[in-house]
Structures are given as structure tokens and as C-alpha cells.
Design a binder for this molecule. Structure first.
Ligand code: ZN
Length: 344
């Protein structure tokens, strides 16, 4: 029997923790990403996308401390390896890195000022400068690799892509034509993260011009929406118990930092609203464990398109093992298309 085709996008936010302790480069980036690259190589998967927190790299580059300099070199080497192995690196901007404090004695960063979390809260002239520096940094890396591709895609930090007018001039200037931030049905209106994707076209991939939640026929930009999966009440509780077990047996995320915690009334409200649609969650390697494997397989059976959003820093060895089982199953049953350039 002929195998059916399935489009699966494996996308990653390549970043440290964005809270009071960033965690280390080796635990949050190098080690988990290395394991992911090995897995993709083993199953001959190409076209994974790593959205690189370029604002962090720009800060790191400007630091004169030797440990920070060594971190920078390690990251650049891994980004080159990612490209050589047939995957992509594209920018992912978290502007509040501008206010990060470097803790030299322990070689980590502290991000407690999130007033510039949104691109919207950065002065317009600075936005374009930040965007240009981000794109140029990645272009320089790609230029040194044997595999070439245009740096023409983007994912906004914290999914905060709205209002799109903030980004449009930079998208135009740098010929960014592929966008990966929209999570249909999700919404979070806080001072920091700010996005409203509650009303989106009834399509997983569509064109747009000035509003990423409104389809424009022949629009300049292509939106590749992030996939979400329904979690039943029963699975929710089963998962909660399973997570407790994993935690107690030390099967935790590889990253060693602390996530952004904002004690802000507006954000809590935003979180609640996000949780309001909470029988759904994003499809993600760090959320995939043994309890959810069956649901992920069913999702792939029912949907021709599946867009994973994952964070190396959040992934545990258990997640990776389960993801490998998912991959094996997917490859045995379907012809997989994993390069976004082949999807239209
Ligand atoms: Zn991010």
C-alpha cells in the first residue's frame, strides 16, 4: 500500500531561560540541541528550524569576560553545525535582553526587567537596528557554511507579533516572507507577552499582508501556524500524576535556569485567559511524554500538518525517548515532509 504524506515541522526556540537565572549554555543549549541533532541524523530528518535568540547573542558578543566569550564561540559552532546538517537558523527576538545583567562570578544572566519584553515597547528606530543586527548575525554564520539558505523566516519572542506594523518595515527591508508565531485559538494580553490569535483563518498555512490573523489572497507573507492538541480531563490528570513520578525519579528538563515569573496582575489575567482555552496545549517535544504518545499518533493520523514548537532548555531525556518512539512510528507509517519550503 502506498504511504500517505504528512507535513511535520520541527521548530525550536534556541534560547536560555528568560528569568532571574538564565542557566548555562551547555545545559540549556549545547547538550539538548546536540541530542536532537543526533536523533534527526539517525532518522534522516532535515529542515528542522532553530529560531535563535539573537538578542542574547548580541549581548554575549559585546561582553569582554572570558567565560562569556567562550559561550559565544560554543554557540556559533553549534549554529554552524545545525546548518551543515541541513537545518535552518532564523531570528527570534527577545528585546528585554537589552536590560539583562551579567553575573560574572557564576557566568549566567539575570533578566528581571521585562519592560521591553514586547517589540512594541522598544523605540521604533531601535527596533529596526535590533532586527538588522539579528538578521546580519545569522547571515554571517550561514555564509561560512557549505549549505546556503536565505535568512527569510521569523518567530516573535513570546509569540508577541502584534501589532504587526511594528515588524512590517523590518520584514520588508530584510525580505522576511515566512512567519511562524501564530497559535490559533490562543491569547495572552499582558504587559509583557501580548498576542491575540483567538480569531484565525480556518487553515494551517495561509498568506497575509498586514495582519497575521487575516488571510490575504496573494499576500506577501506565509504564516505556518503552530499546532495544538486537545487534552481531555482524564489525560490531564493522568499526565499530572505521571509528571510527579518523573520529577521524583529525577527525569527533569536538561536546562538549569529559571523561567520568567512576572508578578503582574495583568499577566496573571492574561495567563488565565490563555488557560481559559486550556483543554488545548501546543504540540511540543517537552510536553510529549509516555502518557501523551497515543494522542500525538492519533493527531498525526487525523491531520496532514503538524507543527511542533519546542525549547531545547525544557527537554528531558524522557521527552527525547518518547519523541524517538513517535518519530519511528511516523516514519514507518507516512512519507514525511519536514522542510517548510516544500509546503505551500
Ligand atoms: Zn523565546
Amino acid at each position: 500500500m502506498k504511504k500517505a504524506r504528512r507535513s511535520i515541522l520541527f521548530t525550536f526556540d534556541y534560547e536560555l531561560f528568560l528569568g532571574s537565572r538564565s542557566g548555562s549554555v551547555s545545559k540549556c543549549l549545547i547538550e539538548p540541541t546536540g541530542l536532537l541533532l543526533d536523533l534527526f541524523e539517525k532518522y534522516k530528518i532535515k529542515g528542522a528550524i532553530f529560531f535563535v535568540d539573537t538578542t542574547y547573542l548580541l549581548r554575549l558578543k559585546s561582553e569582554s569576560d572570558t567565560a562569556a566569550k567562550a559561550d559565544y564561540v560554543k554557540i556559533i559552532d553549534q549554529l554552524k553545525l545545525i546548518c551543515e546538517k541541513g537545518h535552518f537558523i532564523f531570528p527570534h527576538i527577545h528585546p528585554h535582553w537589552a536590560d539583562a545583567q551579567y553575573v560574572e562570578s557564576a557566568n549566567y544572566w539575570s533578566l528581571t526587567d521585562f519592560s521591553k519584553y514586547r517589540f512594541h515597547h522598544v523605540f521604533p528606530e531601535l527596533r529596526e537596528e535590533l532586527f538588522s543586527q539579528s538578521v546580519n548575525l545569522l547571515k554571517e554564520i550561514v555564509d561560512t557554511c557549505s549549505v546556503k539558505f536565505p535568512v527569510n523566516a521569523y518567530r516573535a519572542g513570546g509569540w508577541s507579533l502584534q501589532p504587526f506594523e511594528d515588524f512590517k518595515p523590518s520584514f520588508e527591508k530584510h525580505h522576511i516572507s515566512h512567519e511562524f508565531s501564530v497559535v490559533p485559538g490562543f491569547k495572552n494580553l499582558s504587559d509583557a507577552q501580548y498576542f491575540d490569535f483567538s480569531k484565525c483563518p480556518d487553515k494551517v498555512i495561509y498568506k497575509f499582508d498586514s495582519d497575521p490573523t487575516k488571510e490575504t489572497e496573494n499576500g506577501v507573507y506565509t504564516e505556518y501556524t503552530i499546532s495544538t492538541i486537545e487534552i481531555s480531563k482524564k489525560l490531564y490528570w493522568k499526565n499530572k500524576i505521571w509528571l510527579k513520578y518523573l520529577w521524583k525519579t529525577g527525569q527533569r528538563s536538561m536546562g538549569d535556569g529559571v523561567s520568567l515569573v512576572i508578578k503582574d496582575k495583568e499577566l496573571s489575567k492574561g495567563r488565565k485567559e490563555m488557560l481559559g482555552s486550556a483543554n488545548r496545549e501546543m504540540i511540543s517535544i517537552e510536553l510529549l511524554n509516555l502518557m501523551k504518545l497515543r494522542e500525538y499518533r492519533i493527531f498525526l493520523e487525523k491531520n496532514p500538518y503538524m507543527h511542533f514548537i519546542s525549547h531545547p532548555k525544557m527537554i528531558s531525556l524522557h521527552n527525547l525517548k518518547t519523541f524517538e518512539r513517535f518519530l519511528k512510528h511516523a516514519i514507518s507509517k507516512y512519507i514525511l515532509i519536514t522542510d517548510f519550503n516544500q509546503l505551500r
